[in-house]
Design a protein around this ligand. Structure first.
Ligand code: PSU
Ligand code: MN
Length: 308
């Protein structure tokens, strides 16, 4: 039997129905450079605690699905001394059988969060349909169609084809809620020109939509699109220039498959003099905060429904 290794703190919180927020680990191992990645991993946990929720960073530790990493495990994922695979849905069997260390993507983190009984998950930006090669569709998208977890994200990464990504989500019945926005945010920028069908302006409004969707029996993932804070956002045209350059370089070097997203993120940080990295850090922190607020609002909503 494959069991989940859930930390004592997270187990206690789940048992007592206190709010818990899941965090992914691909952003630590493959999305950000050392030592910013370790500092970020610790900061996200601290932000969630400050809001009054319990953080649960998720990864595979020597093949064991682990929910709620300790500080040593966070460091191991961040420092690059052991090889850490990027794990999505397809990779679980292999990584568990071979006892690999694995950083979980949005899709894989949704799977483990749901198995552990965690409803809310905060990340940076989800994967989607890649530009150019529209056959390269992140496994994050089909995960939303089948796994009922709320994901707070600054839209999808701007390196992607955002209109196609939104169309995909619509086709598969995935609700996308604009948080204090009418537009799908484009990760580094607040606007994309793509309008969203609905917005919510408070965590309680988001919680009400989630509860209604799920209690109606529609058990899909829900995307909460939370734009990067004004002060950290990058100008659209400058960002687009960097992205074009990065996509061209990826093509030259023949980067594809699961290496593509980490390559583009690192290349962008390099040519923008670290500006995209700073923005990425800021939006991750903001998503952790809003994620915790939504987890708390969901808990309050459930208590209210029980009291009726
Ligand atoms: N958001 C970030 N940095 C990241 C990612 C998201 O700010 O590194 C990761 C997520 O784990 C997401 C993955 O699931 O990139 C998508 O990879 P792909 O396009 O190969 O599916
Ligand atoms: Mn891909």
């Amino acid at each position: 039997m494959i069991t989940l290794n859930i930390s004592a703190e997270v187990q206690a919180a789940l048992k007592e129905k206190r709010p818990v927020v899941a965090l992914e680990s691909t952003v630590i191992s493959h999305g950000l450079p050392w030592p910013d990645n370790l500092e970020l991993a610790r900061t996200l946990e601290a932000i969630i605690r400050e809001q009054g929720a319990v953080p649960a960073t998720i990864a595979l530790i020597a093949g064991q699905p682990t929910i709620g990493l300790d500080d040593k495990q966070l460091e191991l994922l961040a420092n690059g001394r052991v090889s850490v695979e990027k794990i999505s849905r397809r990779d679980f069997g292999y990584a568990i059988a071979r006892k690999l260390y694995g950083a979980t993507t949005v899709a894989a983190t949704m799977i483990l969060a749901h198995k552990a009984g965690i409803d809310v998950f905060a990340t940076g930006g989800i994967g989607g349909v890649h530009r150019g090669d529209s056959n390269d569709i992140s496994a994050d998208l089909p995960e939303f169609a089948q796994t009922p977890v709320v994901v707070v994200s600054a839209g999808a990464k701007a390196i992607l084809d955002l209109p196609r990504t939104l169309e995909w989500l619509e086709t598969y019945g995935v609700p996308v809620i604009g948080y204090e926005t009418n537009e799908f945010p484009a990760f580094y920028t607040r606007a994309s020109g793509l309008s969203l069908p609905y917005r919510a302006d408070t965590p309680a409004e988001v919680a009400a939509i989630i509860s209604a969707q799920w209690s109606f029996g529609l058990k899909s993932g829900i995307l909460v699109a939370n734009p990067v804070p004004h002060e950290a956002a990058l100008p659209l045209d400058e960002t687009e220039r960097y992205i074009q350059q990065a996509l061209l370089e990826a093509q030259h070097q023949g980067v594809h498959g699961k290496a593509l997203t980490p390559f583009l993120l690192a290349y962008l940080a390099d040519i923008s003099d670290g500006k995209t990295k700073q923005t990425n850090l800021a939006l991750l922190k903001n998503n952790a905060k809003v994620g915790a607020q939504i987890a708390i609002a969901l808990k309050e909503q459930r208590e209210m429904l029980l009291a009726q």
